[in-house]
Design a protein around this ligand. Structure first.
Ligand SMILES: [Zn+2]
Length: 270
C-alpha cells in the first residue's frame, strides 16, 4: 500500500485506464500461434482462499451455452451464457433453460477475473496505425501490446486441470503472474494453451482495490451484466434467441465491442 496524493493520483489514472473506453466486458483472447499473455489472476478457487489472499472474487465454473444474438445494428454476437438447469442430489437435471430447450450444446468452462499487463505477439501488427514496440521476452523477439486492464478469462477442461495441479501444490492462484501461450495457427482444429507461473510476487494492492468494483462473474455468466460498469444489455440487444444451424464458435464475446470479429470458426480464445 502506498500513501499520499501521488499514490491516489496513480490509482485514479489506473482506474480511468482500467474502466474507460469500450465498456463491454473484455475477454482474454489469444488469436495467433505463439501469442503470449502476461497477467495476474484476480480470482481464487474457493472463498477461504480468496479471504486469505485478500482478493475480491472467486472463480465461477459451470456448464455454458454459446449463444448467438443480433445487436441493434444487425451484427452477430456470441456470448457464453451459463446454463440455468440445476442438478439435484441424485445428479438429475431439473428446471428450465431456454438454450437447452433450443438444443444448444453445453460445455464445462470456468470464468475468472484477471489483470492483463500485455499480450506478446510473434509478428508485428498488420494495422499500420497501430504498430507495436519490438522487444525481447527471454531470448524471443516479440511485439508488445500493452493492455493493463481487467479482463474475464474463460477456458475449459484442460486449463482447469493445469490450474488444479497448481492449487494443490501452491494453495493459491494469485501469488504470482502467469504467462499463457497459444500453440496453433488460426483455423487449426487443435489449439492448445500452456500455463507458466513466474516467481511469486506480492499482489499490487492498488489493482486489488480497483478489482473490488468489477461486476460479479455470476451476473456476467447469466448475461444480466454485459458492461464493465455493471450495466446490462439495452433491451434491443438482449439475446434474441436466434440460433444458428451450424456449429458455433465457442468464445466469450469480444474485446472489440462485443461484436463477432473472429476470422473463422476456429479463431477461439481457447
Ligand atoms: Zn442449458
Amino acid at each position: 500500500m502506498r500513501l499520499g496524493f501521488g499514490a491516489l493520483k496513480d490509482q485514479q489514472a489506473r482506474a480511468d485506464a482500467a474502466f474507460k473506453g469500450n465498456s463491454f466486458i473484455p475477454y482474454v483472447r489469444l488469436r495467433d500461434d505463439g501469442d503470449i499473455i502476461q497477467m495476474r489472476i484476480m480470482s481464487e478457487c474457493e472463498e477461504d482462499m480468496a479471504a486469505q489472499q485478500g482478493v475480491h472474487s472467486v472463480m465461477l465454473s459451470g456448464e455454458f451455452h454459446n449463444v448467438q444474438s443480433r445487436t441493434q445494428s444487425g451484427k452477430t454476437r456470441f456470448s457464453d451464457i451459463l446454463c440455468s438447469l440445476e442438478e439435484d442430489d441424485a445428479g438429475e437435471l431439473g428446471g428450465e433453460c431456454p438454450h437447452c430447450a433450443a438444443d444448444n450444446k453445453r460445455s464445462t468452462k470456468f470464468m475468472m477475473w484477471v489483470y492483463v499487463y500485455a499480450i506478446y505477439h510473434r509478428a508485428q501488427s498488420t494495422d499500420p496505425k497501430n504498430q507495436l514496440p519490438r522487444g525481447k521476452l527471454g531470448a524471443q523477439t516479440v511485439y508488445k501490446e500493452e493492455l493493463n486492464k481487467f479482463m474475464v478469462w474463460q477456458d475449459g477442461y484442460y486449463m482447469t486441470q493445469m490450474l488444479e495441479s497448481r492449487v494443490e501444490r501452491l494453495g493459491t492462484l494469485t501469488d504470482r503472474d502467469y504467462l499463457i501461450t497459444r500453440h496453433g495457427i488460426r483455423g487449426q482444429q487443435k489449439v492448445t494453451r500452456d500455463l507458466d507461473g513466474e516467481d511469486p510476487t506480492p499482489l499490487d494492492q492498488d489493482i486489488v482495490a480497483l478489482s473490488a468494483d468489477l461486476p460479479s462473474l455470476l451476473a456476467i455468466a447469466t448475461g444480466s451484466v454485459t458492461n464493465l460498469d455493471g450495466s446490462g444489455p439495452p433491451p434491443e440487444q438482449a439475446p434474441t434467441e436466434e440460433y444458428s444451424e451450424v456449429e458455433l464458435p465457442s468464445f466469450g464475446g469480444s474485446e472489440s465491442g462485443g461484436e463477432a470479429t473472429y476470422d473463422s470458426v476456429d479463431d477461439l480464445p481457447f
